[in-house]
Design a binder for this molecule. Structure first.
Ligand code: PGA
Length: 255
């Protein structure tokens, strides 16, 4: 059984003070929620990780904690970067890797994402590896080949046991922050394609265990139909995760 995961990608929003308020509001909205049934994670900017970790510890919140990126090396002369072990020391559980904004705006490559995925596992954190096609790739019928390339390259060299633990987020780029969502059927189609890929490369059991999320303009109003699809194991939520009430409603829509 794959436990659904709803993860909030806060991107470059919220100071650490605003982040505290949002997490407290979210905890209030989700009082009584069964976190064993549907897992919830928040992925604030680096500057808020320590604050949120302290809040999770002191108030015994059951949220998972995620970062949005990291450097691949343990340490070094890399001005402005943050290492895997620095995140691990903050009890970070998840790290979003290869988000399309990182790929498009910061030049991240499939090979670089693969190196970071391995570094995350080496540091005992779970990667949330993002893949997805642009609008023109979709129109040219290239969704599957693009996603296949990204998945294969991102997972290169991993053992089946690691693949079983990774979280993959399928995020069509044209749906991110645009208000346009893939139809539940289209999202299900691409995600089941990814699962078949995992099956042929790593075996049916691994494919049956790996969680694959959908991301791209997920809101309270469309969450239930997306999350109701057989292969969609949760959501990576951007804009709607910045509002405690809206994000909590998405969590409650997950079955
Ligand atoms: P969105 O972002 O929900 O605002 O479309 C999703 C993401 O970028 O992960």
């Amino acid at each position: 059984m794959r436990r659904p995961l709803i993860a909030g990608n806060w991107k470059m929003y919220k100071t650490h003070l605003e982040a505290m308020t949002l997490v407290q509001q979210l905890a209030h909205e989700l009082a009584g929620h069964d976190f064993e049934r549907v897992e919830v994670a928040v992925c604030p900017p680096f500057t808020s990780l320590r604050t949120i970790q302290t809040l999770i510890d002191s108030d015994r919140y059951e949220f998972g904690l995620g970062a949005q990126n990291m450097h691949v090396d343990k340490e070094g002369a890399f001005t402005g970067e943050v290492s895997p072990s620095m995140l691990k020391a903050l009890d970070v559980d998840y790290v979003i890797l290869g988000h399309s904004e990182r790929r498009e705006l910061f030049g991240e490559t499939d090979e670089g994402v693969n190196a970071k995925v391995r570094a995350a596992f080496a540091t005992e954190m779970t990667p949330i590896m993002c893949v997805g096609e642009t609008e023109s790739e979709r129109e040219a019928g290239e969704t599957e080949p693009k996603v296949e390339r990204q998945v294969k390259a991102g997972l290169a060299g991993l053992k089946p046991d690691a693949v079983r633990k990774i979280v993959i987020a399928y995020e069509p780029i044209w749906a991110i922050g645009t208000g346009k969502t893939a139809t539940p059927q289209d999202a299900q189609g691409t995600i089941s394609f990814i699962r078949r890929l995992l099956g042929s490369d790593f075996g049916a059991e691994v494919a049956g265990d790996t969680r694959i999320l959908y991301g791209g303009s997920v809101k309270a109003g469309n969450a239930a139909s997306l999350l109701g699809q057989a292969d969609i194991d949760g959501a990576l939520v951007g804009g709607a995760s910045l509002d405690g009430g809206e994000f909590a409603a998405i969590v409650k829509a997950a079955k």
